[in-house]
Design a protein around this ligand. Sequence first.
Ligand SMILES: *Cc1c(COP(=O)(O)O)cnc(C)c1O
Length: 357
Amino acid sequence: MRKNRRVVMGFKDFKIEVNKKNILHNYEYLKRLRNKEIIAVVKANAYGHGIKNIVSLLSEHGCKYFAVARECEAEKILELKLKNVNILILETIEDLNFLKQNKNVEMVINSFKDLLFLLESDISTEQLHLKLDFGFGRNGVVESDFSKLKKLILEKNLKFKGICTHVFAADYEDMLIVEKKFNNILSELDKERFDIIHMQNSAGVISIEGAGCTHIRCGTILFGLQEIGYYDPNIKRAFKLIGKILDIKDLNDLKYIGYEKKEKITLTENKKIAKIRLGYGDGFSKRGEGIMSIINNKKFEIVHISMDSSFILVDESVKEGDFIEIFYDLEDSIKYLKVPHYEFLSCINERIKREII
Ligand SMILES: *Cc1c(COP(=O)(O)O)cnc(C)c1O
């Protein structure tokens, strides 16, 4: 055999297929919906869709702003060496030299104390977005510090790259209150101090207009992962977690399924055990035991999950090499796992390839 020839046994690994057309559709749709530019939030490996693929795809189609939560996520985008792309880090980072060394990296100011420290440390306000918190208590300058903040900004005539707030998944009425309060402060401070103004995450984009803002700042909805209660029928899902059946064994010949004694597993009329190459080592949590998979348009239960493989109770119709899809029914999966889709999806780690198709 020649040395460098690739020898392939046939594809059996799992992968996440990302539908390019649907992502681009959501991107264009959201831009038009609120008539604003998009800051694409690509934290947590673009909610599991693969940060590098997604950033490359969206930047090719005109997206200039990406937001992440961590410095290491910004580094991944920087590795792509894209021109005309700004990266906004939503959380406060530790190493401020990172901002000094990368002029296209920007950061959100998450408290009044942070602002003082950033100014003292000579970080250019051209790389900073001031964040105001209207009572979510997560991040941002709190309302009790607003008068100090106003005084400082006016005294020093500070200009920033951006200003923002967050509406999270508040009630519609609460969102309107935030929108109003935010606009009041904007006029007090003078809008001209800020190049870009943003407020809405996905729920906010669906619910309110975002008066006064230049950008929307959304993640889940861009990937078609809709929050229950904020559903927009025009948004399209983009991911598919698929693989192939590795092998099939007869239940009668087995004492154990994975590491589990056969007796511990509630069996049905299905008498075959199919093995797949996906386990909790790939970020597919053991909590998924009992969840349904789809093989040839039929639902089959995943009965055991180990580190590298999982086992499904199947019938005679299922053959080695058949395609299997996990999390096909998102609503069912959310109900069963009792966590949102963006949580279990972003847990799938880098052992699973992401493929844009
Ligand atoms: C994660 C995050 C977003 C995106 O939220 P989605 O609900 O996924 O759109 C927006 N803004 C901030 C500050 C965030 O942390």
